[in-house]
Design a protein around this ligand. Sequence first.
Ligand code: F6R
Length: 243
Amino acid sequence: MNLYKVKDYQALSKKAASVLAAQVILKPDAVLGLATGSTPAETYAYLRKWHEDGILDFSEIKTVNLDEYKGIAKDNSQSYYTFMKEHLFDHINIKAQNTFIPDGEDTDSNSVCEKYEAQIMQLGGVDLQLLGIGRNGHIGFNEPSDCFMEHCHCVSLAESTIEANKRFFDRAEDVPKQAYTMGIGTIMKAKKILLLASGKEKAKALCQALRGPVTPGLPASILRLHKDVTVIADEDAWSGMEL
Ligand code: F6R
């Protein structure tokens, strides 16, 4: 594992964007695995800027997102589809047909997940997977449980995840209770993984992921078994490592 501690969220975002930019430059037709949420928002701002400056060309890049809420319309302001359009896709020269997100509008879980898993394989797998980490150690929406789920699946969100994500919705009751997510096996098949952690509320999960036992009770801990993982954490997220 390559571990980088940086000062703050801005430094984390710039470094993360640089890793993604290097991938785009070195392999212009790469498959990028993307995440949503607060953590990568500023990383995407750098990518938008570097595209605008003529540094990054996304015309042959393909993207697969980690997850999407189940039963949410694409045009819902809180769908991950909308998030990706607003934060990245609408501002760069990526082809819409090269961007993939589980279909949250389709409530046939088996069909959505099988199709998504097959789609990722058809693209040749993920070259670089970007990940955030949940306060409970989840990656994608693989919540703590007693087994690692291999493939894309439908998951019931943990209470703590619903609690954490309600900040994006008008009312807590509006947060969807289920989501489609890449499985741990899907994530672990990525050639390279980039995990970001920012803020004190991630300190405990990050420390457990990097130092505790490898267990489905703390899903991010599995990353220690991957051969090419880079972790970028800001000082707040890193603070649990110094106790
Ligand atoms: C998002 C995702 C989640 C988030 C995690 C952290 O696509 O898969 O695992 O990365 O919940 O969310 P933020 O960055 O909002 O703290």
